[in-house]
Design a protein around this ligand. Structure first.
Ligand code: SF4
Ligand code: SF4
Length: 396
């Protein structure tokens, strides 16, 4: 009875498929302070109670037994942990395809060799701009040269060169030059990821959101670049969903493919799921991953379509997007069961239109960005930014 109340009365279902991806958010510590970081704003609470090496190895084994084949090692900055090499060796022996998602901080010649020898398959490096000025501004750190150095190390060790660039108002007009830089570094693949608004990027949404014309122009430049004769680089352009009229099929469906284990061992179907009230997420310290995936009320809550309300319930497009993102619906409308407000059929679409309008207000630029620092995390957790966050229905 008690569990049912905590989980909105949801009981276990048996329709879940197996997880294919395990994303290990191995630490929330990070020397960078990106304005758009998707980590939860209360990350500072979870920097003292991180899982130890033995627990991570147990997580890797259990997820592999469930069928997970892809492993993302992420953070924070995973290289701040001294045991990544050990974790990579275990992942390799279990047969995972492993991907280190890094800002480059903490990488050096010795470590990249050890990771290669340990069987790491793939490294994804984040880049921010062609200018040192914007790189250092948006990360609030002097990391421009470091990234160029790490890119060269990755290339030198024969890894596929995979770059990720988060796009926002400050760098989106440099897209041609960013693509040229990536080509110059020998990138095989570049992801131009327009900011999605969760965590710190939601706090800074007004300051980060580009104009619609900027996004349209960026897409045009990208398409032209793709068509250049001799272009071998794969370019993936993630359209910002605020400028679309249908939402994304978030995480390919809640509890369908992705399993995320956070630094402190919480097991989540998506990065932001903890913003949804009255859901109790399992923790690896208390329950094995099998029970978390198949039987926990939190993982079963948004599987299938029984939970849907109108207009999604009777919508002919519901298979395409499963009603969009539950966290975005909760954060912006207060109703996690409602349609994602990005959808033009949602009665709440005006919230997105207003956010776009607000971000075009010249007065907004004068307001400071709140960078992702431990001090700011503590402040937000204490409620010091209440006015700024008042328009959201939970702290992102
Ligand atoms: S987005 Fe920036 S601050 Fe956040 S984890 Fe990545 S590198 Fe660190
Ligand atoms: S109404 Fe719901 S299911 Fe239909 S397109 Fe919009 S978000 Fe998707």
């Amino acid at each position: 009875m008690e569990i049912d109340q905590k989980n909105n009365g949801v009981s276990a279902a048996t329709t879940a498929t197996q997880p294919l991806w395990l994303l290990a958010e191995i630490t929330y510590q990070c020397p960078l302070q990106c304005a758009f970081c998707y980590n939860p704003t209360d990350f500072d609470k979870h920097t003292q109670n991180e899982l130890d090496t033995e627990s991570w190895i147990k997580v890797l084994r259990q997820a592999r037994d469930l069928g997970a084949a892809q492993l993302g090692i992420s953070g924070g900055e995973p290289l701040l942990r001294k045991d990544i090499e050990e974790i990579v060796i275990e992942a390799s022996s279990l047969g995972y395809y492993s991907n280190l998602i890094t800002s480059g901080a903490g990488m050096n010649e010795k470590r990249i060799d050890a990771l290669k020898d340990g069987g790491l398959d793939h490294i994804q490096l984040s880049m921010h701009d062609i200018t040192e000025e914007i790189n250092n501004f948006i990360t609030n750190t002097k990391t421009f040269k470091l990234k160029q150095k790490v890119a060269a190390m990755i290339k030198d060790r024969g890894y596929p060169m995979v770059l990720n660039v988060v796009m926002h108002r400050y760098n989106i007009d440099h897209i041609q030059e960013i693509l040229e830089m990536a080509e110059g570094l020998g990138a095989d693949y570049i992801e131009l990821a327009n900011t999605q608004y969760y965590g710190w990027s939601l706090v800074n949404r007004d300051q980060l959101m580009p104009k619609k014309e900027q996004v349209e122009n960026a897409l045009k430049v990208t398409n032209k670049f793709r068509e250049r004769p001799g272009n071998k680089m794969k370019i993936f352009f993630v359209v910002p969903d605020y400028f679309e009229d249908r939402p994304k099929k978030c995480m390919n469906g809640w509890g369908e493919v992705f399993m995320i284990v956070t630094a402190n061992g919480d097991v989540l179907p998506c990065h932001s799921a903890r913003v949804i009230p009255n859901l109790e997420f399992p923790n690896v310290n208390d329950s094995p991953l099998k029970g978390a995936w198949y039987d926990s009320p939190a993982f079963n809550k948004f599987r299938g379509d029984d939970w849907m309300q109108e207009p999604c319930r009777s919508c002919s497009e519901k298979e395409n997007d499963l009603g969009g993102c539950r966290c975005q619906a909760l954060l912006l409308t207060g109703n996690a069961e409602g349609a994602d407000p990005v959808c033009s059929k949602s009665p709440d679409r005006h919230i997105i239109d207003q956010a776009i309008k607000d971000s075009q207000n010249p007065g907004v630029e004068a307001k400071p960005i709140i960078f992702r620092t431990n001090a700011n995390s503590k402040k937000i957790d204490k409620g010091d930014e209440k006015d700024r966050l008042a328009k959201f229905h939970a702290t992102p």
